[in-house]
Design a protein around this ligand. Structure first.
Ligand code: TMP
Length: 235
């Protein structure tokens, strides 16, 4: 195994199989484009287990992902894909940068989901873009942008229902897609975890995601563990 790439929350390694990479989930957490940093025992373990359960659930519902197999506590094997440099954010309830950008209160429910694109660039702080930017920057064709939006909305529908069964509201999330090298198909990649989704308890409204770290609410890993426990009861 050779280290290939290190991001803020994960590391990628090559494996003996040229089509497969090993994805290691780290304990490090960052927020606000890495202005804020911390390390949490078990974060890698929890996020790996949550992503694995969600990917399996999504696959069962017909959503293709780059998951190949579970490896151990902090590693998954994933199909090698070329990650599109467009992050897709879906919002069901106003929170985070949406509230900041347009000056509305957190918690307002949208009539229909909002889909946003951002340019995956740490140097620029993942700025908001649209399909025209993506086309002119060569990140995605118009057809691909439409496909990303359509796929993200399908993921949203499946996740809303699933998290609802787990007693949580899916406020918003960020996903990434990759193109497979064999067929060129666009599949879900990266992770789906409380680092990348906002989740509120259905009854109390308690925040159960990385906002506990961003906003210094405490009990970050306790909440991630509770998210995993609830998910495991419903898969
Ligand atoms: P935002 O409100 O800060 O734009 O975040 C929207 C969603 O995207 C939220 O669920 C957190 C997730 N997210 C990431 O996964 N990575 C990021 O770098 C950012 C900024 C947000």
């Amino acid at each position: 195994m050779q280290p290939l790439y290190e991001g803020k929350a994960k590391r990628l390694y090559t494996t003996d199989d040229p089509n497969v990479l090993r994805m290691e989930y780290k304990d490090e957490a960052t927020a606000f484009n890495a202005e804020k940093k911390a390390e949490f025992d078990n974060k890698g373990k929890l996020n790996k287990a949550i992503t694995l359960a969600i990917y399996n659930m999504l696959e069962a519902k017909g959503v293709k992902t780059h998951l190949v197999s579970d490896v151990d506590e902090i590693n998954l094997n994933v199909k090698i894909v070329d990650i599109l440099q467009v992050e897709v954010i879906v919002r069901n309830i106003a929170a985070g940068s949406f509230c900041k950008r347009v000056g509305v209160e957190e918690g307002i429910c949208f009539q229909q989901p909002i889909v946003e694109f951002s340019y995956k660039s740490d140097a620029l702080g993942d700025p908001l873009i649209n399909a025209d930017y993506a086309r002119e920057m060569g990140l995605a064709t118009e057809e691909e942008s439409a496909e990303l939006k359509e796929k993200a909305l399908v993921v949203n529908d499946v996740l809303i229902e699933f998290f609802q069964q787990c007693g949580m509201k899916l406020v918003d999330f960020k996903i990434e897609f990759g193109r497979t090298r064999d067929t060129g198909e666009i599949v879900l990649a990266d992770e789906v975890s409380p680092d990348t989704c906002r989740l509120w308890d259905l009854e109390t409204g308690k925040k159960m995601d990385k906002d506990r770290f961003r906003q210094d609410l405490g009990g970050v890993m306790e909440s991630y563990a509770e998210v995993l426990e609830r998910i495991n009861k419903h898969v």
